[in-house]
Design a protein around this ligand. Structure first.
Ligand code: ZN
Length: 329
């Protein structure tokens, strides 16, 4: 038996199992084999990654596809031992497939409920705006998240190419999401350096940063993360596959030792040849305790307090059975 796992950073479309991509491609009469190698997707360089990502996401055409995808992805995460997962959902990608954004969110939520019933995993959805689609698009995504009236939508985030625009450009969008009571996170400090993390905290007031690993380049930014209790959604497999860090140089442990709240996630698992169990296994090779990682994830999760307490109790019970040492923060 292993400790219960939790994941805060998994893009729904980017987690599509290869078998499902094959089925959808066959149904739609689209050739996709050149983008597949075994159980993962094949791509070359960051631009190639984005292109393949869009090709895979474009295979999803009907609300039913998204329901099935959410169920499959959460089912897989649950089978690896997770009790909690947040999926990042991108209404802009759905819209590009000709889908109404509310129908999209409803279908994903239906799949998440189904996964909870069948696999016992608790799930929430974070709507993201895509940075390189521009400020207007990100504000539209924030308004959608704020007004969707879908109880599983509890967060708002910023994804896409971090090198486009400044964090402050998106402050209005984050204001809309904050006023609606949504949890806030933004990708930063992956392809842009430590200054981008600093800037994102100043401009957007997020409690979590997607990646944030390049904060390690500036001691003052690391100290700020620790002081302000910001949680990093660290995705080591993604960082290694995209060449941000080598496994040997990955700063997960250094950040933890500096007092930063760290968690591990998969980002886009079949694109990076990873899964949540592999991310936890990597963290363990760095001396990081899985119970600590799951606790930090649940503490930073975008859930209501009764749900958080219920998840923490579930974790504490499992840790007790594992004979793990009592809670340390
Ligand atoms: Zn991401």
């Amino acid at each position: 038996m292993t400790a219960p796992l939790a994941e805060l950073h998994c893009h729904l479309e980017g987690a599509m199992p290869v078998a499902m991509a094959r089925e959808l491609a066959a149904r739609e009469g689209i050739a996709i084999e050149d983008a597949i190698a075994g159980e993962r997707y094949r791509w070359n360089g960051f631009t190639g990654f984005l292109e393949t990502y869009d090709r895979i996401a474009a295979l999803l055409r009907r609300p039913e596809d998204y329901r099935a995808l959410a169920h499959a992805v959460l089912g897989s995460i649950a089978r690896q031992g997770a009790i909690y997962a947040e999926l990042t959902v991108s209404p802009d990608h759905a819209r590009r497939s000709g889908l109404d954004p509310l129908a999209y969110l409803g279908a994903v939520a239906a799949g998440a409920h189904e996964a909870e019933r069948r696999h016992g995993i608790t799930a929430r959805l974070t709507v993201v705006g895509v940075r390189h689609f521009g400020v207007e698009a990100v504000e539209a995504a924030a308004r959608l998240a704020a007004t969707a009236a879908e109880p599983l939508v509890t967060g708002f985030g910023l994804a896409g190419d971090e090198r486009v625009g400044r964090a402050a450009d998106f402050a209005h969008a984050f204001g809309i999401a904050r006023d609606a009571g949504l949890g806030l996170t933004a990708h930063a400090g992956e392809f842009a350096g430590a200054a981008a993390v600093d800037e994102t905290l100043d401009a957007l007031g997020v409690s979590r940063i997607g990646h944030g690993v390049r904060a390690v380049e500036d001691r003052r930014v690391v100290e700020r993360l620790a002081r302000e209790g910001v949680t990093l959604e660290v995705c080591p497999g993604s960082n290694v596959a995209l060449g941000v860090f080598s496994p040997e140089d990955h700063p997960l442990r250094a950040l933890r030792e500096a007092g930063v709240r760290v968690t591990v996630s998969t980002d886009d698992p079949p694109f990076f040849g990873t899964d949540l169990a592999a991310e936890y296994a990597f963290a363990r090779t760095r001396g990081l305790d899985p119970v600590m990682l799951t606790r930090q994830a649940i503490e930073a999760a975008f859930v209501d307090e009764p749900t958080r307490q219920r998840l923490l109790e579930k974790l504490a019970l499992a840790a007790l059975r594992l004979g793990a040492p009592p809670a340390t923060r």
